[in-house]
Design a protein around this ligand. Structure first.
Ligand SMILES: Nc1nc2c(ncn2[C@@H]2O[C@H](COP(=O)(O)OP(=O)(O)OP(=O)(O)O)[C@@H](O)[C@H]2O)c(=O)[nH]1
Length: 424
């Protein structure tokens, strides 16, 4: 198993690692510890007390033990009497806290002694009006808590906080601005009011902590979707361009191979000494002509140099080779581009040429024979002659039979003194 793993490419290994991390994050999301923001007690948190006395009411509030953050609240007789505490903080750079990025709980440790069934936990945040208003005090949001629950650490959900009705009505807030806003939280505290209590109450604030997820499940799924989408798309693109690159490289290789193959084909069909087609080259051309049914338009001649052995014997093989090359060139010069001049072997040549009438065969063959007899070959100015057997080809007869007839004609020419054309 580990051996297979080691053989994987680095990218595959990274993908497996990322896949494992993705699965772990999805399955273990609930096990990821919460992020927390302690607001009290901290070095910079300040708790202040307030009551309606400041606006002429009869409620009173006083510290019992400020070091323990314990205070007493006595609600007056007014209809809207209130008193309570407010914690403000300074984290070194801000007086406000942004709790909108994943915080969803407030953990409070507050103890209560008194007769009220409930108290309010109040939070104030900067009011950002969607209507451009700047005359409104900070937004007041609250959650009501049973005093019976204030014996232990209590968890309040931020989504249970509501914007207070008196803040909405007093400030004539438009409905679109009446939702809780956790972006710039300035203060929080415990509030007692006439509607909730009777008699003095003792409240001790031990700690206040906000907690939440580093990222929501939706954020996690979206991020994983984007990451894996990016991986698949970039991999797809990479494969696409890699395939294109390989196809191009293969095309170049194919062209190279085709060129090499063509080179070998030409080599295989060419006589090394004279550069003419050899037997193989002639056979290929013939099979094409026969396949196309064009044999009727051709004639052939077999040309054999007379007494060539004597050239070799008297002047050496090299001079013999030179003579063969010169005769090959001479035959070519006396043929058209469309004719095929080939060396059949030794000092024997075959010419395939386009020709409709037997007279043309005679004219061309005789011309070649006369040219050879006229010319002088090699540095020794040798005189040579050739005997030719020639015949018209026909599709019906085929090449092999025509060849036999031309060869027989050539043989006759040799028998009757050489240096002559014999038509078959
Ligand atoms: N220099 C050279 N000689 C070759 C080559 N191929 C064949 N020959 C020679 O060509 C000669 C052919 O001789 P023969 O078949 O007896 O024919 P010939 O001497 O031309 O006599 P006839 O054809 O009867 O007129 C031989 O001596 C071969 O060695 C070649 O590539 N180069």
């Amino acid at each position: 198993m580990s051996l297979v793993f080691l053989n994987f490419s680095t990218i595959s290994r990274l993908k497996i690692l990322l896949f494992a991390i993705s699965i772990a994050l999805v399955l273990g999301y609930d096990l990821i510890p919460d992020k927390t923001q302690q607001v009290f007690p901290t070095d910079n948190a300040v708790v202040s007390l307030f009551s309606d006395k400041e606006i002429g009411g009869t409620s009173s509030v006083r510290w019992i033990d400020q070091a323990q953050t314990q205070y007493e609240c006595s609600i007056g007789n007014g209809v809207t009497s209130y008193c309570g505490s407010a914690i403000t903080w300074w984290d070194g750079k801000d007086l406000t806290l942004d709790l909108s990025n994943g915080f969803d709980k407030m953990l409070i440790d507050v103890t209560y002694q008194g007769n009220a069934p409930t108290v309010q936990i109040i939070v104030r945040s900067t009011f950002y009006s969607t209507h451009g208003r700047t005359d409104v005090p900070d937004k007041a949001m609250a959650s009501i808590v049973d005093t019976a629950d204030l014996t232990r650490m209590l968890e309040l959900k931020l989504k249970d906080f509501r914007v207070l009705d008196w803040w909405i009505s007093e400030n004539k807030i438009a409905p679109s601005d009446t939702h809780p806003d956790w972006r710039d939280v300035i203060t929080m505290g415990v509030n007692s009011s006439k509607s909730m209590t009777s008699g003095p109450e003792q409240i001790t604030i031990n700690s206040v902590v906000f907690s939440g997820r580093y990222f929501t499940k939706e954020q996690l799924y979206l991020s994983l979707l984007i990451i894996w989408g990016f991986i698949f798309v970039s991999q797809g693109l990479w494969h696409y361009f890699e395939l294109q690159r390989r196809v191009k490289a293969d095309e170049v290789k194919l062209l190279e191979l085709a060129a090499i193959s063509e080179q070998y084909r030409v080599q295989a069909e060419t006589d090394v000494l004279t550069g003419l087609s050899n037997r193989e080259g002639l056979a290929q051309t013939l099979s094409t002509i026969e396949r196309m049914g064009e044999l009727d338009n051709f004639a052939m001649l077999i040309l054999d140099i007379d007494y060539f052995k004597q050239v070799n014997d008297n002047y050496g093989h090299d001079v013999g080779d030179q003579v063969l090359e010169e005769i090959a060139q001479l035959i070519k010069q006396n043929c058209r581009q469309t004719d095929l001049v080939s060396r059949w072997g030794g000092e024997e040549f075959i010419v395939l040429f386009r020709c409709k009438h037997a007279d043309d065969t005679k004219r061309l063959a005789e011309n070649i024979r006369l040219e050879i007899a006229r010319k002088r070959f090699s540095q020794h100015q040798l005189t040579l002659t050739a005997t030719i057997g020639a015949t018209k080809l026909s599709q019906q007869e085929g090449f092999t039979e025509a060849f036999k007839r031309a060869d027989t004609a050539l043989y006759k020419g040799k028998q009757h003194g050489r240096n002559m054309l014999v038509l078959a």
